[in-house]
Design a protein. Structure first.
Length: 563
């Protein structure tokens, strides 16, 4: 790995002014400024916003037509088929739409394609499934914006389509009765960053708002929060409100399946965090789709039987364990190949493939490799004559723009700046590698390949007091667009001999300005050898909170150290 560069934001006049205006510590105000939240009113809404701040769903183009068509289907007892995607965002969008429409008296069915057999999205031949199920209205969830041929066939067959999606469109839009997608230039919607489940929620809000049935909010927001976090959506605007209030609602769960899942994750009776969703709850739901059994995850949220819900949750847990083992094996193989052939020294864009790699998990592996080598990575699973790819990228290199340059090579592709997927003939892999690395060489500088830690502010240990902590909590929930703040404390003294924990981590005590904290270097066991008691070091860290016997303790989660 390259040497890490520390990027410190100096405490500026703007932060000092915001600090004075809102009565915040300057370091907290600087965090807001770094998130581009600069105006007092904007900052106040960010810190103290409530569900009353949600936008009118009818601002989204196509909402009126969608609501009227759904109500017509309900009144005429017409079957509605919800067509979803197999990731957490898609699965939970199917769940909340099914529950909401059923509660309004609709006859609802759903379909999620099997990832490994059918791939992503609504294909032209899926119209046969719709006709076989005798549905007169199809509502897509987390897909559909590029389903031109399906929409054409559906129209010819007398089937109406409402598309709810958040992906970028192709060169033209499908001929649908209504398209609900905030990223469209003419959507009219103020918040462009909704996950698919956020779009589905806005449809539910519109359907129930005019019926004055507002008790749904807390009930649905639990799943909206999980879907939004799992889809790695930016936690600003409405997404922030969904997650903030959804996490709070997860403290009191009545759904039998969700209850079983939370219990299995060891979160019963605890405050659920963004990290708990991202690393415990989300992966277990996602494992079903990745391993070709998305229906199982949907069933979990519809069963009222405790034994059945426990059995499904256990199966999801087993699938997640299988996924983890498969993922680790692929990661080890890819890492070994990169190191053996010095690929990270030769290429700015890492492209690898193998016949034995599982198509459902290569995206996660690509993400880990991207973090390790700090460059775009795209992995392929080879199956017969085709190559199925999944890639991840750094903030400096929009992956979808790169794939756009190679679109003539693909059978199918899509995605966004940070993550994308593609399918191409295996015989074109060499051409693809050459094309993306020619593009990457022109766009990625050596500076881009240096790992960066963005530090929000300097912080003295004496400033970590109760008032600071209270205002720090107002900044949460943390995630994309609002990352966990990173602080810098200089010239801290190591007060204990650094220890290695489980051969994976390091731990020691540090003192500065008369205060002592425990510091933990996750995945950095080498610090236990390179550092010693008495050393003076600069620390880049985030604050970590834990509770023991009803008492909260604060430790430092180290990003990096410098002697």
């Amino acid at each position: 790995m390259n040497e890490t560069v520390w990027m410190l934001s100096p405490l500026g006049e703007q932060a000092k002014a915001l600090s004075a205006e809102l009565g915040l510590q300057p370091e907290i105000a600087q965090v807001l400024i770094n998130r581009r939240i600069c105006k007092p009113e904007e900052a106040h809404n960010f810190l103290y916003g409530t569900l009353d701040s949600l936008h009118d769903p009818y601002l989204m183009r196509g909402m009126k037509e969608a609501v009227e068509r759904i109500k017509k289907a309900i009144s005429e007892k017409e079957k509605i088929l919800i067509f979803g995607d197999y990731d957490v965002d898609g699965i939970l969008s199917v769940v909340i739409l099914s529950k909401a429409l059923s509660s309004l008296g609709a006859e609802v069915d759903y379909f999620i394609p099997e990832r490994l057999k059918e791939g992503y999205g609504i294909k032209e031949n899926h119209i046969e499934n719709v006709l076989r199920r005798k549905a007169g209205l199809v509502i897509s969830a987390d897909c559909g914006i590029k389903s031109i041929q399906f929409a054409k066939r559906a129209k010819e067959s007398g089937v109406d389509i409402i598309i709810t999606d958040h992906h970028l469109p192709g060169e033209s839009l499908p001929e649908a009765l209504s398209i609900l997608n905030p990223v469209l230039d003419d959507s009219g919607y103020p918040d462009k960053n909704l996950a698919a489940i956020g779009v589905a929620f806005k449809l539910i809000q519109a359907l129930q708002e005019r019926e004055e049935e507002l008790s749904y909010l807390s009930h649905y927001l639990k799943l909206v929060a999980i879907g939004t976090i799992a889809d790695v959506s930016e936690l600003k605007g409405e997404n922030r409100l969904f997650v903030k209030y959804g996490l709070k609602a997860l403290e009191h769960v009545s759904n039998t399946g969700l209850q079983s899942l939370i219990e299995l994750c060891g979160l019963e009776g605890k405050k659920v965090s963004v990290g708990d969703v991202g690393f415990r709850i989300g992966p277990r739901i996602n494992a079903a789709g990745r391993m070709g059994a998305a229906d199982l995850a949907v069933q979990l949220f519809f069963t009222n039987s405790l034994p059945e819900s426990l059995a499904i949750a256990s199966r999801l847990d087993e699938m997640n364990s299988e996924r983890q083992k498969t993922q680790e094996r692929i990661y080890s193989q890819a890492l070994e190949r990169i190191r053996e052939k010095f690929l990270d020294k030769r290429y700015k864009f890492l492209v690898l493939g193998c016949e034995e790699w599982h198509r459902g998990v290569i995206g996660i592996v690509a993400s880990k490799l991207k973090d390790f080598f700090y460059r775009p990575v795209l992995l392929f699973a080879y199956e017969d004559t085709q190559a199925y790819g999944s890639g991840r990228s750094t903030g400096e290199f929009p992956l979808i723009s790169c794939l756009d340059e190679c679109k003539d090579l693909f059978l199918d592709y899509g995605g966004h700046a940070m993550a994308a997927g593609c399918t191409l003939a295996r015989e074109n892999i060499t051409l693809f590698k050459k094309a993306v690395n020619t593009y990457a060489s022109a766009k990625i500088s050596e500076e881009h390949l240096r790992r960066k830690i963005y530090i929000d502010s300097k912080l003295d240990f004496t400033d970590i007091h109760s008032s600071f902590i209270k205002n720090y909590y107002l900044l949460s929930p943390f995630g994309v667009g609002n990352p966990t703040p990173v602080f810098l404390t200089e010239r801290a003294e190591i007060m204990s001999e650094p220890q290695k924990i489980k051969d994976k981590h390091s731990k020691f005590l540090v003192k500065q300005s008369g205060r002592v904290f425990e510091a933990i270097g996750w995945e950095r066991p080498e610090w236990a050898l390179s550092l010693k008691k008495g050393d003076r070091i600069d620390l880049a860290y985030s604050l970590q909170f834990s509770e023991y016997l009803g008492e909260e303790t604060i430790s430092l989660s180290l990003e990096d150290v410098k002697k």
